[in-house]
Design a protein around this ligand. Structure first.
Ligand code: NAD
Length: 539
């Protein structure tokens, strides 16, 4: 159960809503979040949950808590609309995405306000989400007409049997998303599922519902049929479970622990499932790097999105010949990172998203310090900036008995380890149950590629932390080992939302040649000849 779910389960919920203070200046205002909350597909009169901004602790709105009945109604309605949508030509479906591409860029200021208000991140990282949406919408709008076109397949008897592979939408796709990227992780998978001809029922994380609601509103403005996407807010254990029990495919992004539970449920129903889960991502720095470039890259790789990024770096392995110089410069740069709660460009690091996130970071940091780790940058909470602010923090002298050594912190905390040989660095980088993302900084790109190929992670970036691989939307993105099942992005990220259907048409001539009829011996002779000749065909 996620922290937010635990909060929802609290019996103090109703009081919390009544006693919630009025917003004191965060954008958007309460009128806008109330308007968005009315778009949630949940019956009237349900219990409600207050949504508190991690930037200031203010209540920015409230949403109803859905039930299994709400999910059943949402799936039925999405299914009804989907039947027509599946018959809509792919080009028309793609055109909706291209209009959404423009709308999300046009409305970026209000979307950035929403992301910041409900997640707490600095505006520059909220902008990354908007950017990602636009390129994802464009990518799938361009890919879908090509990738979904029926593909001729080679039959055993070319010319006698004409076979095509068709891609049929799954039906209604269930999406369960986390709070750390309220726009990207709620909408990007939906974009691929929708253009493939599916309906979508989504449960955004309980803490971050408003961004998703606004984005789906923009998709409707772009031409998506009303009712095709249904948003049901509420606890994962109730709403999430009901979604898995009633949809035709499940896409989950979140923790490895929850991923295991959901995988078991999907397996029980024999429906497809893919998941992007946790990570403890390594960076390897060789001795020949440009230090300035590497320090800047590492700062972004570790502290973008306040370190609450599944693909951000939490372990740095640096060649011991430059470990001192790198650590000093990196610590200096990290100390210079600007923290702030402003809903403007400027701050480089925002708030952590919740008390649970701050507690986890504090727990890892305290445990490491008590066992002898050294804090070389940061190390302190910053409550004067907002309730969940914490300095980006760098540790050295981390040992295997410390929790931070193996466990995902999912916050602005990174450990530096010197290495003597590259084999040792690779072995340590791979010594983890996770395999989501990795980074190699080196003065020689060829060497970088060779090191990358030996790291067991779904994406590896050379001379970058994460964005090069992530933004290559044409390439699959996902986790090895405990970091995931399946992939998003690329053709795979689209075709997983379809069933392959093979349609084979047999000609009259084939009927004559390929049927034993009353002369099985003649048939065997004839057929042997055809098979021998077929070997000489080019394919
Ligand atoms: P979480 O697994 O607790 O929650 C994610 C979503 O699942 C939420 O919407 C939650 O309400 C729902 N949920 C919780 N329990 C459920 C259940 N039993 N059945 C159905 N749904 C349920 O994860 P979190 O703590 O909110 O998110 C942080 C984690 O997500 C980190 O481990 C991070 O690495 C991972 N993450 C991975 C990626 C990726 O792309 N690989 C991206 C972002 C976050």
């Amino acid at each position: 159960m996620s922290a937010t779910d635990t909060e929802i389960a609290s019996s103090e919920l109703a009081d919390e809503v009544q006693e919630a203070p009025l917003p004191a200046g965060l954008r958007p205002g309460r009128m806008e979040t109330d308007r968005l909350a009315r778009r949630v597909n949940v019956a009237e009169g349900r219990e409600r949950k207050a949504i508190t901004s991690p930037l200031t602790g203010e209540v920015i709105g409230e949403v109803p808590l859905g039930t299994a009945e709400d999910v059943a109604a949402a799936v039925a309605e999405s299914r009804r609309v989907q039947r027509r949508w599946a018959q809509t030509p792919v080009k028309e479906r793609a055109a909706v995405l291209l209009r959404y591409h423009d709308l999300i860029l046009d409305h970026q200021d209000e979307v950035l306000d929403l992301i910041q208000a409900e997640n707490g991140k600095a505006r520059v990282w909220a902008f990354e989400e908007v950017l990602d949406q636009a390129i994802t919408a464009r990518y799938y709008a361009r890919l879908a007409p090509r990738a979904l076109r029926p593909t001729p397949r080679l039959s055993a008897m070319p010319g006698l049997i004409s076979t095509r592979e068709h891609h049929v939408p799954k039906g209604v796709v269930g999406i369960i998303s986390p709070w750390n990227y309220p726009l990207v992780l709620a909408i990007s998978d939906a974009i691929a599922a929708l253009v493939a001809g599916n309906g979508v029922v989504i449960k955004p994380d309980s803490q971050t519902p408003f961004t998703a609601l606004r984005a789906f509103e923009l998709l409707e403005e772009a031409g998506l049929p009303e009712g095709l996407v249904q948003v049901v807010t509420g606890p994962g254990t109730k709403v999430g479970t009901a979604i898995i029990e009633s949809t035709d495919y499940v896409m989950f992004t979140g923790s490895t622990e929850t991923g295991r539970t959901i995988a078991a449920q999907a397996a029980g129903r024999l429906v497809g499932f893919s998941a992007e889960l946790g990570g403890k991502n390594p960076m390897i720095i060789t001795s020949d790097v440009d230090l300035d470039r590497t320090v800047e890259g590492a700062a972004t790789a570790c502290f973008a999105n306040t370190g609450q990024l599944c693909i951000s770096i939490e372990r740095i392995y640096v060649d011991q010949s430059i470990a001192g110089a790198f650590t000093n410069r990196f610590a200096k740069r990290v100390e210079s990172l600007k923290l702030g709660a402003e809903q403007e460009y400027g701050p480089e690091v925002g708030a952590l998203a919740s008390k649970a996130q701050l507690d986890k970071l504090t727990e890892h940091l305290t445990d490491a310090e008590e066992k002898g780790a050294r804090v070389v940058a940061g190390g302190k909470p910053r409550p004067e900036l907002g309730p969940f602010f914490h300095e980006p923090t760098v540790l050295t002298d981390v040992t295997p008995d410390m929790a931070v050594h193996r466990e995902e912190t999912f916050g602005p905390l990174v450990s530096i380890y010197p290495f003597t040989t590259i084999d040792e660095a690779i072995e340590q980088a791979n010594d983890t149950e996770y395999g989501l993302n990795a980074s190699v900084y080196t003065g020689d790109a060829k060497k970088g590629k060779a090191i990358a190929a030996r790291i067991m992670a779904g994406t590896v970036n050379v001379n970058d932390g994460y964005s090069s691989a992530w933004s290559t939307l044409d390439a699959p993105m996902g986790g090895m080992k405990q970091s995931g099942v399946g992939r998003r992005h690329g053709r795979e990220g689209l075709l997983k939302y379809t069933e392959s259907q093979t349609i084979a048409v047999r000609t009259a001539l084939a009927e004559k040649l390929q049927t034993p009829g009353t002369d099985p011996a003649g048939y065997a002779k004839r057929f042997s000849k055809i098979i021998r000749l077929s070997k000489h065909l080019p394919r």
